[in-house]
Design a protein around this ligand. Structure first.
Ligand code: F6R
Length: 242
């Protein structure tokens, strides 16, 4: 595991963007696993800049997002599909047919999960998976639990996550209670994982992920078992690392 600690959130985004860009330069038809939330916004901003100024080419890239809320359509401004279009996809030259996000409007989450796993496999697997981390050390929407769930599946969000994510909604009652998320095996099958975090409110989760016991109570701790993880965090998120 390689840990890079940056002075600022912006620098975290810049370092992350360089790593993603390097992946695409080396393999133009890379399969990227992507995440949403506040954390990766600086990375997306830098990637857009690299596309505009340096011609970083996404035309052959395929993307798979980690998760989506159940019950929100692609047109809902709170859906992760909408987030990805607004913050990233509509600004780059990615082929819209190469964008995959779990379908939050499915009537059959189990079938959607199986289909999503098959799609990832059919593209040869994920080359580089970008992750954020929850304050409870969740990755994707794999919440602390008594066991790790392997494949893409339905998740009931826990109270801490609902509260944390309510900042994106008008009020807490609007936050969906369920989501569909890649599982732990889906994430761990990626060739390389890039874990991002910023801010003091992520410091405990980062400590648990990097230094704590490997346990489903802190899902990100499983990353200690992956052979190629790069962690890019700002100094506030690194507060408890020695
Ligand atoms: C989002 C996702 C989540 C977030 C995590 C951190 O697609 O899978 O695991 O990465 O909840 O969210 P932020 O960055 O908003 O603190």
């Amino acid at each position: 595991m390689r840990v890079i600690i940056t002075d600022s959130y912006e620098q975290m985004g810049f370092e992350a963007a360089k790593l993603v860009a390097g992946q695409i330069y080396l393999k133009p038809n890379s399969v990227l696993g992507l995440t949403t939330g506040s954390t990766p916004l600086a990375m997306y901003e830098r990637l857009l800049a690299l596309h505009k100024t340096d011609g970083l080419d996404f035309s052959e890239v395929t993307t798979f997002n980690l998760d989506e809320y159940i019950g929100l359509s692609a047109y809902n401004p709170h859906s992760y599909y909408y987030y990805m279009q607004e913050n990233f996809f509509k600004h780059i030259n990615i082929n819209q047919e190469n964008i995959y996000i779990p379908n939050g409007m499915t009537n059959d989450v189990t079938a959607e999960g199986i289909h999503y796993e098959q799609l990832i496999a059919s593209k040869g697997g994920i080359d580089l998976q970008v992750l954020g981390i929850g304050q409870n050390a969740h990755i994707g929407f794999n919440e602390p639990d008594v066991r790790f769930v392997a494949d893409t599946h339905m998740v009931e969000l826990n109270e801490e996550t609902i509260l944390a994510n309510s900042r994106f909604f008008n009020n807490i009652d609007e936050v969906p209670r369920c989501a569909i998320s890649m599982g732990i095996k889906t994430i761990m099958m990626a060739n390389r994982i890039l874990l991002l975090a910023n801010g003091r409110n992520k410091a405990k989760a980062i400590y648990k992920a990097l230094c704590g016991d490997i346990t489903p109570q802190a899902p990100a701790s499983i990353l200690q078992l992956h052979r190629d993880v790069v962690v890019i965090i700002d100094k506030e998120a690194a507060e408890f690392l020695s």
